[in-house]
Design a binder for this molecule. Structure first.
Ligand code: ZN
Length: 469
């Protein structure tokens, strides 16, 4: 029998450096041929990782750079189509956000005198500690939103069955204002685009925080069912997402909330997640799924309150994948960059059907960030966080949510007359011009291997001084 390296527990043997060098980074899953084998695409514009919210701010866009180095280091690009998406245009952002808010975002600069003269406007748009004004804020937002929209286009035209944008998932942003580190809501924009083609969209959110921005945007429609698992105690940000928020009007019962207490662990989370999602998917029968994979629900997260390990979080994503429904997968919160990147790399491997060596690749850029274990699966269960969700509490939650599902009355027969207006994306000529430009850059090959990759790693390494946790 072949030596198995996929679990830390199995790693009792020490390997010499030569063996290590020739050890595979991944193997195909054993039942690879029988499994659902989706076409997976990866949408990433590395510029998104170059922005800073501020030194002390917990949101670190460079976590996306770490994620990308892991994904490429494990050679997962061999199993996906890679795209470097364009930015979202102003008119694409206006499909959800108000004009004066987008005008404001695109004009404000962090320059002190400008900030002073804007004082009233800053208050009006809720700009402050959580959502500071930083250099290139509008560019940052249009890059991550552009990547999610690019992913939806690949789903709609059938090129992808699963499209991944780890830089997206900023679920708190509202129509008129930013919220909780989120400036524009790429998820709402993506769902609006998907609704042009798919009758019913299921939105699943496993971030630590309630997916309030997405819920609010689709609170009155039965074409989008939002389902969020999160910490809730009435005060914890954003202080919404209790069981009784279920939608209104036509959208009644099409918002589902699973409010949890501190310290939820692997076993209880997975059990609850599956026991709700299976009947929910069968009942609602979505034509496409958007899954937000916020990493702040992991144990040991800088802002965390839950106690999940990477495998448990991944198990939820894998479970949803097993339904074989087209899926947009986005990131979200996650404030301990070395764990965020491990999680999203692991989830990329689940989505592409490969099993990774849990020992991180030897020649990985930034390998030192993963000291001391250099493992894809560090133990993240913190001992100081008691699981306050006892069996009875979880059972009651489940019963209440399943009761709500009964009111869905099967999938709504959808008349497509509620289709939102066409996203005024690029004209065909514009698109072609973009493709030409991309071709010139010959992005794919050079970006992954060889000289250009080395240069990129060098450039990223030169930024190391800025990369503080
Ligand atoms: Zn969060």
């Amino acid at each position: 029998m072949a030596y198995s390296w996929a679990d830390d527990d199995d790693q009792t043997l020490q390997h010499d450096s030569k063996t290590l060098k020739y050890m595979p980074l991944y193997e195909l899953n054993s039942n690879f041929n029988q499994q659902y084998r989706p076409n997976v695409s990866y949408h990433y514009n590395e510029q998104v990782s170059h922005f800073h919210y501020g030194v002390r701010h917990p949101m670190k866009p460079f976590r996306l750079m770490l994620t990308d180095h892991l994904v490429i280091g494990y050679k997962l690009h061999e199993h996906m189509d890679l795209y470097k998406p364009r930015r979202a245009t102003r008119s694409e952002l206006l499909e959800f956000h108000s004009e004066d808010y987008i005008d404001f975002l695109s004009s404000i600069t962090p320059d002190q005198s400008a900030l002073k003269s804007y004082a009233d406007t800053l208050a009006k748009f809720n700009i402050g500690d959580d959502c500071p004004v930083f250099d290139g804020m509008y560019d940052y937002a249009s890059i991550y939103a552009g990547a999610s929209l690019d992913a939806t286009r690949k789903l709609i035209n059938g090129q992808s069955d699963i499209a991944i944008n780890w830089s997206g998932g900023l679920h708190h942003a509202k129509k008129f204002e930013p919220s909780g580190f989120c400036y524009v809501n790429d998820i709402v924009l993506s769902i609006l685009n998907l609704l042009r083609y798919y009758p019913r969209v299921l939105y699943i959110d496993i971030d630590l925080h309630h997916g309030d921005g997405v819920q609010e945007a689709f609170y009155t429609t039965d074409r989008v069912l939002t389902c969020s698992f999160h910490k809730y105690d009435g005060k914890f940000f954003p202080a919404t997402g209790n069981l009784d928020e279920t939608g209104i009007g036509k959208g009644k019962n099409f918002a589902i909330n699973v409010p949890l207490r501190d310290g939820v662990d692997d076993e209880s989370y997975i059990r609850l997640f599956k026991s709700i999602m299976e009947p929910l998917i069968n009942q609602f029968n979505p034509s496409v799924i958007v899954q937000q994979c916020g990493a702040d629900s992991l144990g040991c997260d800088r802002l965390g309150r839950f106690n999940l390990n990477i495998k448990a979080h991944g198990e939820c994503v894998n479970f949803i994948k097993s339904f074989g429904i087209p899926m947009l997968v986005v990131g979200g919160g996650g404030y301990t960059p070395r764990n965020v990147s491990r999680l999203w790399c692991y989830e990329t491997s689940l989505l592409t059907n490969v099993k990774l060596n849990s020992k991180l690749p030897e020649n990985l850029a930034f390998r030192n960030w993963f000291k001391p274990d250099y493992s894809l699966h560090p133990n993240l269960k913190g001992d100081n966080l008691q699981n306050q969700n006892d069996r009875k509490f979880l059972e009651n939650l489940k019963i209440t949510v399943l009761e709500q599902l009964r009111f869905l009355n099967g999938a709504p027969s959808c008349s497509m007359n509620e289709i939102p207006p066409d996203l005024q994306g690029f004209t065909k000529d514009d698109e072609e011009a973009f493709y030409e430009k991309l071709k010139e850059q010959d992005f794919n090959d050079k970006f992954i291997d060889g000289e250009a990759r080395d240069k990129k790693i060098m450039k990223d390494e030169a930024r190391i001084g800025e990369l503080m946790e």
